[in-house]
Design a protein around this ligand. Sequence first.
Ligand code: DC
Length: 226
Amino acid sequence: MKTIRVAIDGPSGAGKSTLARAAAGELGYLYVDTGAIYRTVGYYACVRGMNPKDGEAVAAALPEISVEMTYGEDGLQRMLLNGEDVTEAIRLPEISLCASAVSAHPGVRAFLLEMQRKLAREHNVIMDGRDIGTVVLPDAEVKVFLTASPEARARRRCLELEGRGTPQPYEKVLEEIQERDWNDTHRSIAPLRQAEDAVLLDTTDLDFQESREALLAILRERTNGA
Ligand code: DC
């Protein structure tokens, strides 16, 4: 079966996962959050007390790491690290920078590449990340670069953290977003950038419903409703 592959890339906090999940539900595609697999490796490095920026130490640990992605009865993606469910643990704010740091190492990216491609061979997917349209699925049928201003992303992230009962000051959140943007766009391997054939969707001035409609319109047009 020839699968349909939708690649959604963009910076942290642009709403990729919420929008991609909603669109996947609407179209009946499998939603794959690739950030979660980098978070799982970052989590492993950090709980083991490694410096996540130390490429040699992280690469040496890869043979000890088994990362698996499964889907719960609710259809939501769950992450297993050496058999242990770390789905919630990898969302802790301190893991974000660990994930960003380990994701800069070529060995880590190579280690996780085939797992992502295999999912896209077996299912119609909406896959979100930083390099899906440029590296993981360069032949994807649809590519979207989803972005918003750093300030809009920081405001949304503050609301999300508040909702989870872990509020953080706006300035701190904005600074962390800017640091991750810098890391993700300046690394030498697979940096975040818009693929030439990607459609740009800027949600700075759109609310969730408007963003969802805009994304679905792009996907429907490009997949001819498939
Ligand atoms: O999407 P996220 O914030 O959960 O991703 C966590 C980190 O993983 C992010 O800072 C960059 C990295 N990442 C990546 O390098 N490539 C991807 N395809 C997805 C995420």
